[in-house]
Write a protein that binds this ligand. Sequence first.
Ligand code: NAP
Length: 369
Amino acid sequence: MARAIRLARLGLFTTDPNPRVGCVLVRTGEVVGEGYHRRAGEPHAERNALTAAGGQARGATAYVTLEPCCRQGKTPPCTEGLLTAGVRRVVAAMVDPNPLVAGRGLETLKAAGVAVQVGVLAAEARALNPGFIKRMSQGLPYVRCKLAASLDGRTAMASGESKWITSEPARRDVQRLRARSSAILTGIGTLLADDPALDLRLGAEELPGMRPGEQIRQPLRVLIDSRLRTPANARMLGLPGTTLIACPEGQAPSDVMRLEAAGAQVYVCAGREGRVDLASLLRDLARREINEVLVEAGPTLAGAFLEAGLVDELVLYLAPHIMGDAARGLFRLPGLERMQDRIELTIRDLRMVGPDLRITAVPVEAARG
Ligand code: NAP
């Protein structure tokens, strides 16, 4: 199963909106075939492993990181492929969170006399697909919020000047976070201050699992701008890929036309007190098959996402310098006044990226009350 999980990781940058899945076929203690899912519309991991094994799949055990599918999608059901090939036992790391499968694949195999086991290396398998799992089970994408700060937690000088806080290796690391994301989201404050491109600038050869020269998918760019203040010459509007400008209804038609002419898609969504309703926007994004969202916003929007309990993971890059207490902080949380209201986190990972420190942390749900 560990091998199947490593194979699944080769699809990290390509399977979206499908899950990353790996499969290894073993017969009498020997690997007879293996495979992983590369792209939506292309064969699933089980099919690729069966093709590699050929006749040797008869009597084999299939180790697969996600329950095999049992319905006709863009490709035929994997349960059918495993049965036709004569696989005798299937070990799945986890049940498919897709309500259309949710255990039915394993039931189909059991009913046909295949021995079935589930739950081997389940945590590792879940970590492959946080977005797909959350979208399927809760109708929301997985939200990762990335921020760069000085060691004293400052993100911009009082003047707004903020380029560059972190090192080149840290910024390349952020490119990899972008590459695995379905969408990158920011706020109008950041756009007006920095005019960011929010694009993916890595070559395929820099992303493990991608083939040299292979076309790289630009994640959807989502800009929250409730009064359509975006200038028509904003950098991200002229780049390859799609920029969605989210706003509540009631915008001047001339602004909508101005931004659509500049290349944006203006997306009217539910509002709340004259602003975009963040939770409802995330639900809309999940309906568009967005699995993982990378929030790269300033302290106002990052604070709003955190306060609303909409952040699943924080990735903080801390550079070895001090910007002083007049500089701006990481999260604007105006309602947070007492120690008991602190947002508690659990640190999941800590490492150096070039000269900078990268901290990955997750909010402790229960602590929010
Ligand atoms: P921001 O957080 O990027 O965007 C603020 C906008 O987000 C608000 O004006 C509002 O848009 C929307 N928003 C905020 N709270 C909301 C809520 N509860 N519901 C719905 N929409 C909400 O801007 P900022 O705080 O001014 O930050 C900009 C600064 O951050 C710049 O200096 C930039 O350089 C810096 N920055 C630093 C990093 C870093 O990692 N260090 C990253 C990005 C930006 P409307 O006004 O349209 O309602």
